[in-house]
Design a protein around this ligand. Structure first.
Ligand code: CP3
Length: 345
């Protein structure tokens, strides 16, 4: 028996009520976050100042007693450490110097500039010292495909057209970028695990825009290599994969990527999960962030349905994507009270 509920579930055990955390649980819906964010001024400065990043990592755990603390950082710190100028524009999101062709890929550093990322590992060490013994410390990175979509477009885009175009026009050149991200993301996760992260999540936020062939090539294959590379250095690394929007490609993902658990988005069909995903595989998800924002009876019903859908399986209660900034704190409290008061059957 493992003392930490979340690690217990990742080891394949059923835990009731399920452990719970929320993707993007540190963020703008919390007044205490907004205060520190204002003090830091710049979002990257917040990520790269261990004292502040430690505090915002701990805020949601302190307030809600979540079963996990997720490192406060961003998936775009990897491109930053590859030499790409990255900034966050208030109200608009990230901006990066675009990497639009093979020549541009070859101007990138071949390895991460670890002086850029050292504060992140420092934050992990600090948080580790301050967590309750039942709380699990999570690290993370973006999956190679998702990070590449931001690097190629230089910003967010609706269906990741610039990266898909690059991949169609010059698959080998795009593969060079993806492989660079496999290697550097592996080293980033290894350092996080060595600093004290007890499990890591690989966010593939934009997996859902890929057709079946491209899903295999740009989501499954690189993530499989990334997971294997991490395990070469840290054999017992606990890894959660989150291929958002995978749909019917999910069964291929879990068959081919040796993750310890898979995160489900709110749109995934539960029949597909029951029929195609082996029953011992730990699952995480899949409440719609909008129903948490809406609250009321719709939220109660959705929480009950989520609990019923995963009863009897190793399961981590979470959202199907990140919490929305306008989510009322009272709704998070209502959700938690309902999960914690629920009975196993
Ligand atoms: O989960 C957590 O609380 C830990 C911290 C975390 C952040 N980003 C902090 C953040 C994590 C795990 C991420 C992951 C991330 N970052 C993803 C994958 C998950 C997802 O939500 O899809 C992606 C695609 C990014 C890239 C990114 N960072 C974008 C597109 C944006 C702008 C959109 C937005 O929500 O503002 C960010 C900024 C960002 N990352 C914020 C936070 C708290 C908001 C910045 C602010 O405070 O102004």
């Amino acid at each position: 028996m493992i003392a930490k509920p979340l690690l217990n579930v990742l080891a394949g055990n059923v835990h009731y009520p399920p452990p719970v955390w929320l993707m993007r649980q540190a963020g703008r819906y919390l007044p205490e976050y907004r205060r520190i964010r204002e003090r830091a001024g710049d979002f990257l400065k917040l990520c790269l100042t261990p004292e502040l990043a430690t505090e915002v990592t701990l805020q949601p755990v302190r307030r809600f007693g979540f079963d996990a603390a997720i490192l406060f950082a961003d998936i775009l710190l990897v491109p930053l450490a590859l030499g790409v100028p990255v900034s966050f524009v208030e109200g608009e999101g990230p901006r990066l110097r675009p990497v639009q062709n093979r020549a541009a890929v070859r101007t990138l550093r071949r390895e991460l500039d670890e002086t850029v990322l050292a504060p992140v590992y420092e934050t992990i060490k600090n948080v580790g010292k301050r967590l309750h013994p039942e709380t699990t410390l999570l690290g993370f990175c973006g999956a190679p495909w998702t990070v590449a979509t931001y690097m190629v477009a230089g910003r967010g885009s609706s269906a990741q057209e610039p990266a898909r175009l690059f991949a169609y026009r010059d698959a080998e050149g795009f593969e060079e970028l993806v492989q660079l991200l496999v290697e550097t993301s592996a080293s980033y996760l290894i350092y996080q695990l060595q600093a004290g992260a007890e499990a890591v999540q690989i966010f593939d936020t934009w997996a859902g825009v890929l057709g079946p062939h491209e899903f295999r090539r740009w989501c499954i294959e690189p993530t499989r290599r990334l997971v294997n590379k991490v395990r070469q250095s840290v054999p017992d690394a606990r890894i959660i994969g989150f291929p958002r929007g995978a749909g019917t490609n999910l069964s291929q993902y879990v068959t081919n990527v040796p993750v310890d658990a898979v995160g489900l988005d709110w749109a995934i069909d539960m029949d597909l999960v029951r029929e195609k995903i082996r029953s011992g595989l730990p699952l995480q998800g899949k409440l719609d962030p909008l129903v948490l924002l809406a609250g009321g009876e719709a939220l109660d019903h959705a929480v009950d349905a989520n609990l019923a859908d995963f009863a009897g399986r190793p399961f981590i209660f979470n959202l199907g994507h990140g919490i929305l900034p306008d989510t009322p704190i009272a709704h998070v409290e209502r959700m938690l009270a309902r999960i914690r008061a629920s009975n196993a059957g």
